[in-house]
Design a protein around this ligand. Sequence first.
Ligand code: IYR
Length: 226
Amino acid sequence: MEKIINGFPFVEYTKESYDEKEMLEKSAAFLSYMDKRRSVRAFSTKPVPKQVIENLIRTASTAPSGAHKQPWTFCAVSNSSIKTAIREAAEKEEYESYNGRMAPEWMEDLLPLQTDWHKEFLEDAPWLIIVFRRSYEYGAGNTKKNNYYVQESVGLATGMLLTAIHHAGLVALTHTPSPMGFLSGILNRPENEKPFLLIPVGYPADDCYVPKLHRKPIESIAAFYE
Ligand code: IYR
């Protein structure tokens, strides 16, 4: 059903609700499913079909955004020379970060993850999805048109991307080479797009270990006011 409200088209919302028992079961099952998602740093080189990546990106793009501006661009790279260029540029920055640019406290906080400046995953993973935030759009005559809550919107879309990746049985890493301006150059992105996150996507390597982490209990992450 469609109707016009103050001159703007609306469609009837299609309900998706369950009885309380079903809701409890579904929410608990989804929790235990999502709890298995982990950031992975050891990737298999096994290819992933482009159609799957397209579906993941389209899922991410269902995220809410400020004034529905959808202020994101997802660049999906499987081209091996571009992956190599990204790895080389990222490792150059990361080498500097791990050799003096990161404060001692930061280095210490990273110890349990055992990361370093080597980024093999940037070549091993079959796809790199580089998320760009679009700070503004170009209007007629090259004028700038505002986007709103860009960081929040792109953060939400990226969260949904990670959920979709996990749901497809694949793994990902939210990688933040810093600074990451080199991505705009390598991918030839326009001035209104700024790199947000670099996400290798693929299958885990055969011998894949992840840090033994603990999730904060509900008492530490939530406050209920009933
Ligand atoms: N960007 C570096 C360092 C790093 C920073 C944080 I915060 C992490 O959670 C993990 C790593 C790197 O990717 O190695």
